[in-house]
Design a protein around this ligand. Structure first.
Ligand code: CUA
Length: 189
């Protein structure tokens, strides 16, 4: 007696049921991924990302965090290194920044007129500076040395001439200089 045809039909039914279950599972997975994309897309479009700090670009230079006397590199009382800078057509203030090597450095920057940005040499220090917002990030420069810091957002006719320098000092040299001054920069006086 050969295998009965009913065996083949039963096998097909089992296979079809298994395929249907998998098809339903895959459709559910895709549907939940699409739902996540739509939800997060609408959410991010509807409100600014968390931790966004705003600031009035018209009063930057008068008082507050980005007044001239606060710009440059400072050590906070708990030993953190913070660099504050302002971008404007067509320069950074300060024009020369001092940071330590091998120590986390927090940048805080904003722009007073139009959108600017900067990148420090071949490092991951890279941000846009948008009027009305404070850009902040923390990075560590592994090696001492001097880096160029060009503006990398087209900001007008002087864009290509807009750049600053960053002096990455050995940690000990930085700390001894930071101990003597409230705000550090390497702008020649
Ligand atoms: Cu500032 Cu380009």
């Amino acid at each position: 007696m050969s295998a009965s045809p009913t065996h083949g039909i039963a096998g097909e039914a089992v296979a079809a049921a298994a395929e249907r279950r998998w098809a339903i599972a895959v459709v559910l997975i895709i549907a939940s991924l699409v739902a996540m994309m739509i939800l997060t897309g609408v959410h991010w479009a509807a409100m600014p990302p968390s931790r966004v700090e705003t600031i009035d670009p018209r009063t930057l230079h008068i008082s507050g965090e980005f007044a001239e006397g606060n710009l440059g590199t400072a050590m906070t009382p708990d030993g953190k290194v913070v660099v504050r800078l302002v971008a404007q057509q067509y320069s950074f203030e300060p024009q020369c920044l001092v940071v330590p090597a091998g120590v986390p450095v927090t940048f805080r920057g904003t722009a007073s007129d139009v959108i600017h940005g900067f990148i420090v040499g071949r490092t991951n220090a890279n941000t846009m500076l948008v009027p009305g917002f404070v850009a902040t990030f923390t990075t560590t420069f592994p090696e001492p040395g001097e880096q160029l810091m060009p503006c990398h957002e087209y900001c007008g006719t002087g864009h290509e001439a807009m750049w600053a320098r960053v002096q990455v000092l050995p940690r000990d040299e930085f700390l001894s200089r930071a101990g003597r001054a409230e705000r550090l920069s390497c702008v020649p006086r």
